[in-house]
Design a protein around this ligand. Structure first.
Ligand SMILES: [Zn+2]
Ligand SMILES: [Zn+2]
Length: 174
């Protein structure tokens, strides 16, 4: 998405609203297979005197794979973003900590900023629902849909402690 800031650039304090849609974005990573689509951007560009401050919101839909049951699921997306852009060739404030984003001429290309902000919305461990029960480690059935007859061989650690206590009592009684 490229915005034309020729009017905003004219005077400090000028601002202008922009709207646009973004192409679908598919991120195929080792542990994450994410598809962004129906992406819309609403933002406002303001001349701060030193640069152009662009602030707005990205909305859309996101398809993810649940980390527990491996089903695909969809979430609605709504994420804010903000970035300062400086015109190439003009002075930049010296006390900036973040890497500086430049633009050329009269237009700002927001694509990289928007993509970065979309990637930041990805959860570390996607869950199709907060209490997803995942897959049975033995037969692989989806425990959200059916309850298999496999027994979980791992004893609950709290029960294991109780078992040891009972053994101790047994010895004392003898
Ligand atoms: Zn799930
Ligand atoms: Zn099972």
């Amino acid at each position: 998405m490229i915005i034309d800031v020729s009017d905003v650039r004219k005077n400090k304090g000028n601002s202008e609203r922009f709207q646009g849609s973004l192409p679908d974005l598919h991120l195929d990573m080792p542990d994450q297979d994410a598809s962004f689509y129906d992406l819309q951007v609403n933002c406002e560009a303001t001349n701060t005197g030193e640069g152009i401050y662009v602030e707005g919101e990205i909305t859309g839909r996101l398809d993810l794979t649940c980390s527990l049951c491996l089903n695909r699921f969809t979430v609605d997306l709504k994420t804010p973003f903000a970035e300062n852009f400086y015109r190439e060739g003009e002075s930049v404030p010296e006390d900036l900590e973040d890497p500086v984003q430049f633009y050329h001429g009269e237009k700002i290309d927001l694509s990289d900023t928007l993509k970065e902000n979309l990637v930041l919305t990805l959860p570390m461990k996607p869950l199709c629902m907060p209490d997803c029960r995942g897959l049975c480690p033995h037969c692989g059935c989806d425990l959200n849909i059916q309850q298999c007859s496999c027994k979980d061989e791992q004893l609950d650690p709290r029960l294991a402690v109780l078992g040891d206590l009972l053994k101790g009592l047994d010895l004392e009684n003898k």
